[in-house]
Design a binder for this molecule. Structure first.
Ligand code: 13P
Length: 250
């Protein structure tokens, strides 16, 4: 089963509109015509009105780093899926470890967001990953299975096709410590087996699982060479156009 890779940039809480525009002026020509993999940018919502029109007609998709599960309402500080769609966004991250860690996002909330994204036709990139203490306690597989099963509660094989997963070991995020390609491959196998248990072998075989955590131009090729790794979710190294373009063109 060949899965089209997705190389994605999570800009977190970085860049002004002017900085985003400067990135795109440099980046889009560097990756123009690069159709081997899909490319997506996840900027802050404040930047969507700059980034989406600039990427229109290009090979670069744009999404949110987080969405709310409600259609609309009194949720100060949140972004609805309808708002994302109205400005032309097509993707969203869900359950990033920084959301789980700093904003108390639980598997239950992740699950509600996943249902809302699927219902609205937005491509969800659901993030899972263990913290260092869990890895050191030998609990990585258990944590990943719990997070995947929690995220997928009530999701049937009929509606699961658009889902993308991202394995981001929390200890590798922003630390310069990448999981070795073999460690990542092993975690991805665990995740895919859990997807197969929940949704069947067909969905599991076609679902893309990205790796995230200190992906850089000099380690992306060895990660992407692993059969279970179907793309990258890149933080720090996605902020500079030449660095992210080098990752896209690994
Ligand atoms: P870094 O690439 O900076 O480690 O961040 C990874 C990440 O959290 C992407 O979502």
């Amino acid at each position: 089963m060949s899965r089209k890779a997705l190389i994605a940039a999570n800009w977190k809480m970085y860049k002004t509109p002017a900085e985003a525009q400067a990135f795109l002026d440099a980046f889009l020509p560097l990756v123009a015509g690069n159709s081997r993999d899909e490319i997506a940018l996840f900027p802050s919502p404040v930047l969507l009105a700059t980034v989406i029109p600039a990427c229109k007609g290009s090979n670069v998709a744009v999404g949110c780093q987080n969405i709310h599960f409600a259609e609309e309402g009194a949720y100060t500080g949140e972004t609805s899926i309808a708002q994302l769609k109205a400005v032309g966004g097509t993707h969203t991250l869900i359950g990033h470890s920084e959301r789980r860690q700093y904003f108390a996002e639980t598997d239950e909330i992740v699950n509600k967001k996943l249902h809302a994204a699927l219902k609205a036709g937005i491509v969800p990139v659901v993030c899972v990953g263990e913290v260092l203490a869990e890895r050191e306690a030998g609990k990585t597989a258990e944590v990943l299975k719990t997070q995947v099963a929690g995220a997928f509660a009530g999701v049937s094989a009929e509606i699961a096709a658009p889902i993308v997963l991202a394995y981001e070991p929390v200890w590798a995020i922003g630390t310069g410590k990448t999981a070795t390609p073999e460690m990542a491959d092993e975690a991805h196998k665990t995740i895919r087996a859990e997807v197969a248990r929940l949704l069947g072998d067909g969905i599991a075989a076609s679902m893309r699982i990205l790796y995230g955590g200190s992906v850089k131009p000099d380690n992306v090729s060895s990660l992407m060479a692993q059969p279970e790794i179907d793309g990258a979710l890149v933080g720090g190294a996605s902020l500079k156009a030449d660095s992210f373009a080098a990752i896209v063109k690994y």
